[in-house]
Design a protein around this ligand. Structure first.
Ligand code: C5P
Length: 235
């Protein structure tokens, strides 16, 4: 493992979660005794290699001050942006005030509260000497179809080497900042950090992660996350 560079996290948490259909943004819904974001931050802060966590919070967020922070000395707040990628860029900008350009940044969705300690360790272990970095993902298990806009199936897509991209996504601070900024400047649609790095001509490495690292997106995800958190506690 490369011990020269430090590891930080940036947590985009400025979404409103419209697909949940709840008045409270999804990162502030309660499950298994805590809010979603309290679980997420507790998991990141508990990892001994993580030096600090920058959370990007929406400008009018009235829920953030009520959160029970697991380790207030390790947590910093940056301002959220219009899209997830803007929130991440703001977090990176804040981090660049004190972190080294080559330090590693693990970008992790606030809405993924079931991230397991072992996944953080494995990703750091596998990527800390990598020239680019990479991301957690899960191989696609279902048969994949491509249809036309009318829903008629045109093709069955081979599942070989096909992954679902998860977070954390781990890249070097300055490289990621530049890649995200360039993608935005070129109006390239950035759905995750890896897509910005790919757009810059780099090849992020896939690290197989646990399938229980789900993103809370729809109401039914809450009970599934509750189940996973309870299971992880007893495992
Ligand atoms: O909406 P979605 O599930 O894609 O959001 C993923 C993560 O990005 C969430 O943690 C959400 O709070 C965050 N986000 C953000 N700023 C936005 C939109 C989403 O930080 N403008």
């Amino acid at each position: 493992m490369n011990n020269r560079n430090k590891y930080y996290c940036v947590v985009p948490a400025a979404g409103v979660g419209s697909r949940m259909g709840t008045a409270v943004p999804k990162q502030y819904l309660r499950l298994h005794g805590k809010t979603v974001i309290e679980h997420t931050l507790a998991r990141l802060c508990a990892h001994p290699l993580i030096e600090g966590v920058v959370v990007a919070i929406g400008a009018d967020d009235q829920y953030w001050p009520q959160q029970q922070l697991p380790d207030p000395d390790k947590i910093y707040v940056a301002q959220g942006g219009a899209e997830r990628c803007h929130s991440v860029l703001n977090g990176l900008q804040f981090l660049s005030g004190f972190a080294d350009v080559d330090d590693w940044v693990l970008v992790h969705d606030a809405a993924r509260p079931c991230l397991h300690h072992d996944d953080i360790s494995r990703m750091i272990d596998m990527l800390s000497d990598h020239p680019v970095g990479g991301l957690l993902g899960v191989p696609v298990a279902d048969t994949v179809k491509r249809s036309n806009p009318a829903g008629e199936v045109l093709q069955t897509v081979s599942r070989d080497h096909l992954w679902r991209a998860l977070t954390p996504q781990m890249f070097r601070l300055s490289q990621l900042q530049q890649a995200l900024q360039a993608a935005l400047d070129e109006h390239f649609l950035v759905t995750d950090e890896a897509s910005a790095m790919e757009h810059a001509g780099l090849k992020p490495h896939m690290v197989e992660g646990r399938a229980d690292n789900i993103k809370i997106t729809r109401p039914e995800d809450l009970s599934l996350a509750e189940l996973y958190l309870a299971q992880q506690e007893t495992a």
